[in-house]
Design a protein around this ligand. Structure first.
Ligand SMILES: CC(C)(COP(=O)(O)OP(=O)(O)OC[C@H]1O[C@@H](n2cnc3c(N)ncnc32)[C@H](O)[C@@H]1OP(=O)(O)O)[C@@H](O)C(=O)NCCC(=O)NCCS
Length: 221
């Protein structure tokens, strides 16, 4: 039975996910795209999309013939909205572009977005609500926690562990065996050698922690 696919988030990534889902439908996925959930009813004004915003995610009541996918970049907001929809009975599906490559012996969660030319190799564990954007790769034996947002060309190498809600900017890399804590942010083009602590932002090659406002104030005192 064809299911109605609803995309949560009508921003730029949402419009991309719409197009990747259309490619998946052309390749055999049994959905019809019903529309977007977004707090801004005008989010798609001027973008000439074939479907519109059908309501805000915060109050939407899912039906049995609907499946959902989250197209929100900020991990904390993504997880909060996804969990709240799930608590109201929403079922999440994986939008996997036909050009994405997935090896064997992987454990994959639900609500995933695997964009064009992304790759998950082998013996990988991926939680729920993870997005792997264009040309991103997750290497052998890596673990990726719920809600991670992995932007274009991110490179997660072998045996890496990413906690929950990690954000990796475009072209960021994590070297083998490195561990990245929950809700850490890795800047675009940065390389984590060994570890990044939870709730920190790290940038550069090798990636170093950005000072927080509190630590700067302490240093100045
Ligand atoms: C890391 C990041 C999240 C930090 O954002 P922020 O907290 O707003 O930080 P700021 O822009 O205020 O920058 C703070 C400092 O870090 C430096 N910095 C920021 N991002 C950097 C990066 N990726 N690499 C190296 N240095 C970086 C800035 O130059 C600045 O240095 P300064 O204090 O010496 O001037 C952001 O810069 C980033 O890389 N985002 C990823 C964007 C992306 O790839 N999006 C993809 C989806 S479209």
């Amino acid at each position: 039975m064809t299911q109605r696919l609803i995309i949560v988030g009508a921003g730029g990534f949402g419009r991309e996910v719409h197009d990747w889902a259309n490619d998946a439908i052309a390749a055999g996925a049994e959905w019809s795209i019903a529309g977007f959930l977004d707090d801004n009813p005008h989010a798609l004004d001027g973008f000439a999309m074939p479907v519109d915003v059908i309501g805000p995610a915060s109050t939407y009541e899912p039906s049995d013939d609907e499946v959902f996918v989250c197209a929100i970049g900020e991990p904390q907001i993504k997880l909060q909205i996804a969990k709240s929809l799930r608590a109201r009975g929403a079922r999440f599906t994986n939008v996997i572009h036909p050009t994405a490559r997935i090896g064997q012996r992987n454990r994959l969660g639900e609500g995933l977005v695997l964009c064009p030319y992304s790759v998950i190799t082998t013996n990988v564990t991926v939680g729920d609500f993870v997005s792997l954007n264009l040309h991103g790769t997750i290497g052998h034996d890596a673990t990726v926690g719920d809600g991670c947002t992995l932007n274009n060309h991110t490179d997660i190498t072998g045996w890496v562990t990413l906690g929950e809600g990690v954000f990796m900017g475009s072209h960021a890399s994590v070297l083998p065996y490195a561990k990245v804590g929950d809700y850490a942010r890795i800047g675009a083009g940065s390389t984590v050698l060994r570890s990044a602590k939870p709730h920190t932002t790290v940038v550069g090659v090798p990636a170093k922690r950005l000072p927080t406002v509190t630590s700067l104030a302490k240093r100045a005192a």
